[in-house]
Write a new protein. Structure first.
Length: 87
């Protein structure tokens, strides 16, 4: 269950939002929540795309600085485990 948030809207904006919500089969609360969620998800996607582009552009510099050991402190190879059938 989400937290409740109160907002203030101009009467004309509120009326327009209620009409749009009604056309979508939503309550005003659901409509506003959907708009906020879509905006947050779009911002998150834009950030991740930018981060990926940055990393791609500077891959050589990062590898020159830190090498290929992407997880310092972890062994180079995974620990060998006994086969499941062995007992």
């Amino acid at each position: 269950m989400g937290k409740q948030t109160n907002i203030r809207l101009d009467e004309a904006v509120k009326a327009a939002a209620e009409e749009r919500a009604k056309r979508r089969g939503l309550s005003l609360q659901g409509y506003v929540a959907d708009l906020i969620e879509a905006d947050v998800n779009q911002s998150r996607a834009a950030f991740m795309a930018g981060a990926a582009a940055f990393l791609a552009a500077y891959t050589e510099e990062f590898e020159a600085e830190v090498g290929e050991d992407r997880y310092p402190g972890f062994p180079d190879k995974p620990a060998e485990t006994a086969p499941k059938d062995a007992a």
